[in-house]
Write a protein that binds this ligand. Structure first.
Ligand SMILES: [Zn+2]
Length: 341
């Protein structure tokens, strides 16, 4: 749980005033700039039993462990039901999960803050996105803010702070999270493996995390397309696929091939599909159909390929060769694949 580079100054400021920190903070700014991550890092740092000099959580103590697992007794995260369920990936049964933070959720907090903390330290409450509180919930929170409970930090994270009750806003110390400078976002995204960050940043309104999410979506789509081809080795054309994949990151593709093969072999030997449950049906169909020894040899070939993936002489040829090996592996009775062009 690192602090993003564009948040370091703000982090230092907050850390410097840690001893006299307001009991309520409002972290406001555009969606996708890292407010929630900052709030979580701050919560973890405050609950940590042996924090780093920077104020960050050590990541090693009991408290940090609980925090990571989401069960620190002195930490509460309050969010709309719909968000929690999206994170748990549990589809809602029957009625639609609420998009609002309801009064019951805020009332629970009032009960919580009336008790002493479990670890005799701080208690941290995180409410996000705060604008999801309906009027009743916001009014209930206001009562808690008016009589701040001891040893408690309440953090509101908001993408639309202007829509919060003015009375709630005025009781919080406001922390503004501006969109980071373009160069800093570009640099960070490049470090995340995004070769051409500019169009993604533009699409995401220059919010770097939102831009990264867009690239992840795109990557997912590319992966789906690539694996769909691997799933049909009879019609797989290594030359065409290598050509089509030219703009993809080679290292990703070798990784996808490795994982694909891992699952083919794993499924054959033990029935386990580890990396591609979304392609389980296809993998089960293919698993009995290749010579095992040749598959293990190809696995070694991929391992070697991964080592030189960042400096192949010819990217397209490199990938073509690997796909050709895959095709031959999966079509052992086929006479040598003939290049059609
Ligand atoms: Zn710790």
């Amino acid at each position: 749980m690192a602090i993003y580079p564009w948040q370091l100054d703000l982090w230092r400021q907050i850390h410097a005033m840690r001893q006299n920190l307001s009991h309520a903070l409002l972290l406001q700014g555009r969606k996708g700039v890292g407010k929630l991550e900052f709030a979580r890092a701050l919560a973890r740092g405050m609950l940590c039993e042996t924090p780093l000099p920077s104020g960050e959580g050590c990541g090693k103590c009991l408290a940090c462990g609980w925090f990571e697992q989401g069960n620190h007794p002195d930490f509460r995260s309050v969010e709309p039901e719909a968000l929690t369920e999206a994170e748990d990936e549990k589809p809602a049964k029957g009625k639609k999960p609420s998009q609002e933070i309801k009064i019951e959720q805020i009332r629970e907090l009032a009960g919580l803050v009336s008790l002493s903390t479990h670890r005799n330290g701080m208690r941290v409450i995180l409410i996000h996105p705060a604008e999801a509180m309906n009027t009743n919930a916001a009014n209930a929170l206001l009562k808690t803010l008016e009589e701040p409970p001891p040893h408690t930090l309440i953090m509101l994270v908001s993408h639309q702070a202007q829509s919060l009750l003015p009375t709630v806003r005025s009781r919080c110390l406001k922390l503004a999270f501006p969109v980071p400078p373009l160069e800093q976002s570009m640099e960070w995204l490049r470090q995340q493996g995004v070769a051409e960050p500019a169009p993604f940043l533009a699409q995401a309104g220059y919010a770097p995390l939102a831009a990264r999410d867009l690239t992840l979506d795109e990557l997912q789509e590319l992966r789906q397309g690539f694996l769909s081809q691997l799933a049909r080795p009879q019609t797989l054309d290594p030359i065409v696929l290598a050509e089509k994949s030219e703009k993809l990151d080679l290292s990703n593709m070798v990784k996808w091939l490795q994982q694909w093969l891992y699952d083919l072999i794993g499924c054959r030997l033990s029935g386990i599909i580890r990396y591609q449950p979304d392609f389980a049906a296809e993998i089960r169909t293919l698993a009995p159909r290749f010579p095992l020894q040749a598959a293990l040899t190809f696995q070694k070939e991929l391992l070697e390929a991964q080592k030189i993936v960042h400096h192949p002489l010819n990217t397209q040829l490199f990938l073509e060769q690997l796909l050709l090996s895959y095709r031959q592996l999966m079509n052992p009775t086929e006479s040598d694949y003939v290049r059609t062009r």
